[in-house]
Design a protein around this ligand. Structure first.
Ligand code: BES
Ligand code: ZN
Length: 940
């Protein structure tokens, strides 16, 4: 795959940096991809015509329910030299209605020798192909009758994919420079059909018996343990794997590689192995230990034993997503699994533990109990995201994941506050729409509304409910209401005698009625609270960043409110079901804080004197509230500025208390609200105000930055905070930080990289080092040869933060070419360069010039593509840039992504930025001026 680097007005700017053969390739413009997925509305517009010109007998994207698969016998033979594969699939069918047509999926493969194995004998079947829907029709000249057993057998052949899905090729380089090739699978959501013919929908569960043919120099692994290996004529080997339990096609997996493995056992005697390329096998110990611990945790928590006889975790050198939960064989990016105790950071440890916790949670939520269709993807993704926090909280108390959960709710709210958002459960039909479901709404909002429900029902009732759900629906498929039923049955909340206060009635709690308001309508409520004496007036409306107020009408949620007051830190509860309501406090109070610890998915506006009393509290006694409450207030007040409910001055006044803040979420949320303000200005010509704003933030956190030790000491949160603060300080040129980092970088360079720096400070040190051409080159040399994934990842980031334009161009080139820097890292590099004031134009030009190649490689609608689109453009705040963005995305066709949600999100975000700047720039200027006067005055 070839990417072009076209820099504004000068397509050949980087030419001088390139070696000759690469150069030629780069200058050849390439045609738009023909392999991109075709979005479609689920039903063919005209009568579908098969590839041979005959009518295709099925006109829907979803398969008919007349036939379902019971068992697949698969033999797969990948050839890692010719980079293709052949196979045979024998599928046992269950006929539910008499029919002579079998419709199933197959994508981009040659099909041959298709036979029907009927009780009365073997007959060939006529095959029609309809590539538009990735479908095959197998036509029989006699009727297949209901209740009788049939099998079909198909032979198939295809190339190993050059993308990251289906049965795809991956490669890596050994330290001696040898390139080794392997093959791995990624089938979720709709790519099993690109590896073998199948009924590729999650509700068509079946058993799979898999055989893999390989050369003796490789090994093969799959969902189940190997039962035997048979030698074939010609020296090839055929591994036979045990038959799986009933499962969906998207969970099937197999890998052919030269991996090594390490092994251990859970206390429930399940063997766990971690696989990696031979030279990285010494970085697998942490993952092995974590997987053992977490599988044991889930075994106990769910009260259902892990269902397969083993679990393998494999680190794949080329991997698009973060990880994948294939049953019995979860797969990971190398950075998501490999840990080096001496070189990996506290946040690497947190990340790896969370990813493993996520994929193992799926072994029950998703694999054992599966959503009926992708519209309810959140049932597994929201749950797995949520379980990352539940499992780590108990199994890894020292990681303090609780400190980070609300960050997920902030992320979700960002997309959910746009009119382009969608309900958690959303109808989807075509593969692009299905891909788009893997977003912050399914994952983060899903997790946040589950957390809200757990807090409301009590953790004990919640746990009993989900165990009941898993037991009742094992090996089956579900819709959201099945979960609500299971949770209603166990819940005593609001029943007579319960201590929970609901709405004053003694009605049985209707979990479904509450939760439908969170899953079937998009967005989230803004609750306005006004305290008058003992009376608290409440009202709810949709929080929406838009000019058009009519869009907020018609929304109503059942909101499990929580609050505490200046006179009582006991959590009070109230289920707000109506648009307005009134609460009565036992006495008058100085302040109220709603949404305690942000366990609810809503925003709060404190009307009247509300915000002022909160600002006073934060100024004088901020520890009266928890760190999460403080983070929540910072988030809410700034978000209310965006919709004109609060003046910017008020939010900035509140931010002043941050000079005394030390808790990670409150500090990072402070940065999260303040930094984007100058990031917008960096992309416009307004250096004076930009520098004033930068100065304000540095001042605010100066005390905390000065107190940071340049070591690895402290808790995980302290360590994560330290790397964050030192990186910020160095990037912002805070002199004490820059001096220290420069000294350390020089020492490290003088030692030829052998000096071991404290891990938490390396990011800051590398970023400073990458500022000079020599420093950058040295870092690059070390990057090239490093085998430590987390070190490499920090070096890569540092290389994209430099202000040296030619180096930025080189980075993008390297990641496009995929040799030294893997193409899987290209989206991350482009995004990082786009945040760089010296690189944002390069990133945007690259995205436009390579759009067709990017969507072919990373797939339309994938979160990789959406993330790149939104991140590259979300700091634009001028009408000119909006026009430029509109003109590019407006020129796309349905086939090249014009229907993608991320494009609407991009437009809305830029429009919101423009509005924000128009309204608030003068206020910001005035406030900063006033403050610098005041500070100057105080200094005198
Ligand atoms: N099931 C997903 C993997 C996936 C993502 C498949 C997108 C198809 C499309 C997996 O369980 C997952 O959610 N992975 C996350 C990492 C996780 C720690 C949140 C990912 O890849 O981002
Ligand atoms: Zn997941």
């Amino acid at each position: 795959m070839i990417f072009v680097l076209q820099v504004r007005g000068s397509p050949a700017l980087i030419v001088t940096m390139l070696v000759a053969p690469v150069l030629l390739l780069l200058l050849v413009p390439f045609p738009p991809s023909s392999g991109a997925q075709l979005p479609n509305q689920g039903q063919a517009k005209d009568l579908p015509i098969a590839t041979n010109g005959q009518p295709f007998p099925w006109d829907r994207m979803r398969l008919p329910k007349t036939i379902s698969p019971l068992h697949y016998d698969l033999t797969i033979h990948p050839n890692l030299t010719t980079l293709d594969f052949t196979g045979v699939a024998r599928i046992e069918l269950d006929v539910h209605e008499d029919t002579s047509i079998i419709i199933l999926h197959a994508k981009q493969m040659q099909i041959s020798n298709v036979l029907l194995l009927a009780p009365e004998g073997i007959r060939p079947l006529h095959v029609l192909e309809y590539p538009h829907f990735h479908q095959l029709a197998l036509l029989s000249d006699s009727v297949l009758t209901k209740g009788r057993k049939y099998e079909v057998q198909l032979e198939f052949a295809a190339n190993l994919s050059d993308s990251y899905h289906g049965f795809y090729k991956s490669s890596y380089r050994t330290s001696s420079g040898e390139v080794r090739v392997m093959a791995s699978t990624q089938f979720e959501a709709t790519f099993a059909r690109a590896a073998f013919p199948c009924f590729d929908e999650p509700a068509f569960k079946a058993n799979f018996t898999i055989r893999i043919i390989r050369e003796p120099r490789h090994i093969a692994i799959s969902n189940m343990p190997k039962v035997k290996t048979v030698e074939l004529p010609g020296g090839l080997l055929e591994d036979h794997f045990d038959t799986t339990i009933k499962m969906s096609t998207y969970l099937v997996a197999y890998i052919v590689s030269d991996f090594l493995s390490v092994i251990d056992k859970t206390t429930h005697s399940i063997p766990i192995s971690v696989y990696a390329v031979p030279e990285k096998i010494n970085q697998t110990a942490y993952a092995l230990d974590a997987a053992v611990k977490l599988l044991d945790f889930y075994d106990n928590y769910y009260d259902i034993p892990y269902q397969l006889p083993k679990h393998d975790l494999a680190a794949i050198p080329d991997f698009q997503a973060g990880a994948m939960e294939n049953w019995g064989l979860s797969t990971y990016r190398e950075t998501g699994l490999l840990f080096d105790p001496d070189r990996s950071s506290a946040s690497d440890k947190l990340g790896i533990t969370k990813v493993i916790a996520h994929e193992l949670a799926h072994q029950w939520f998703g694999n054992l109990v599966t959503m009926e269709w992708w519209n309810d993807l959140w049932l597994k993704e929201g749950f797995a995201k949520f379980m990352e926090y539940i499992s780590l909280d108990i199994s890894y108390p020292e990681l303090h994941v609780d400190d980070f959960f609300l960050g997920k709710c902030f992320d979700a709210m960002e997309v959910d506050s746009l009119s382009s958002s969608h309900p958690v459960s959303t109808p989807v039909e075509n593969p692009m729409q299905i891909q788009e479901m893997f977003d912050d709404v399914s994952y983060d909002k899903g997790a946040c509304i589950l957390n809200m429900l757990r807090d409301f029902l009590t953790p004990e009732a919640f746990e009993i409910g989900i165990i009941q759900y898993l037991k009742r629906y094992s090996y089956q498929n579900t819709v959201s209401s099945h979960l609500w039923e299971s949770l209603t049955n166990v819940s005593d909340v609001c029943k007579p005698g319960s201590t929970q206060h609901c709405d004053g009635s003694d009605d049985e709690l209707d979990v479904r009625a509450i939760m439908d308001t969170w899953t079937l309508q998009e967005g989230f409520p803004l609750v306005t609270v006004e305290v008058r004496g003992r009376e608290v007036r409440l009202s709810q409306e949709r929080y929406l960043k838009t000019d058009d107020p009519s869009l907020t009408e018609g929304f109503l949620w059942q909101i499990p409110l929580t609050y505490m007051t200046s006179t009582s830190n006991t959590i009070q509860r109230f289920l707000l079901k109506t648009k307005t309501d009134i609460l009565y406090l036992p006495e008058e109070v100085d302040w109220v804080k709603f949404n305690v610890d942000m366990s609810g998915y809503y925003m709060v506006h404190y009307a009247g004197e509300g915000w002022n009393s909160i600002i006073r509290l934060l100024q004088h006694n901020h520890t009266a509230l928890s760190g999460n409450d403080r983070a929540n207030l910072i988030h809410n007040v700034f978000q209310l500025v965006s919709i004109g409910k609060v003046r910017l001055d008020t939010a900035l006044e509140l931010s002043l208390y941050l000079s005394r803040e030390t808790e990670i979420m409150a500090v990072t949320q402070g940065f999260g609200e303040l930094v984007p303000l100058y990031k917008l200005m960096e992309k416009r010509d307004m250096a004076a105000l930009e520098n004033q704003m930068k100065g304000y933030i540095v001042d605010l956190f100066r005390g905390l930055i000065d107190r940071q030790e340049w070591t690895d000491s402290g808790s995980v949160s302290e360590r994560v905070l330290r790397s964050y603060l030192l990186l910020f300080a160095c990037v912002r040129n805070y002199a004490p930080c820059v001096t220290k980092a420069t000294q350390l970088f020089n020492k490290w360079k003088d030692s030829d990289g052998t000096l071991s720096l404290p891990v938490d400070i390396t990011m800051a040190v590398f970023v400073i080092g990458a500022r000079t051409p020599e420093g950058w080159d040295f870092l690059f040399e070390k990057y090239r040869h490093s085998m430590q994934m987390s070190v490499k990842s920090r070096m890569k980031t540092a290389m994209t933060v430099t202000s040296l334009q030619d180096k930025l161009t080189w980075c993008v080139h390297l990641a496009s070419y995929g040799e030294v820097m893997k193409t899987q890292d290209l989206p991350g590099v482009v995004v990082s360069v786009s945040k760089n004031p010296h690189g944002y134009k390069l990133a945007w030009d690259f995205l436009r010039a390579n759009w067709h190649t990017l969507i072919k490689k990373f797939d339309l609608g994938s979160s990789t593509i959406s993330h790149m689109v939104t991140q590259v453009t979300n700091q634009y705040s001028t009408r000119e840039m909006l026009d430029e963005v509109r003109s590019f995305f407006g020129s796309l066709t349905e086939e090249t992504g014009s229907e993608m949600r991320c494009i609407q999100q991009t437009y809305e975000t830029i429009e919101d930025n423009i509005r924000w700047m128009d309204t608030n720039l003068p206020l910001l200027q005035a406030w900063l001026n006033k403050r610098s006067h005041k500070v100057a005055h105080e200094d005198l």
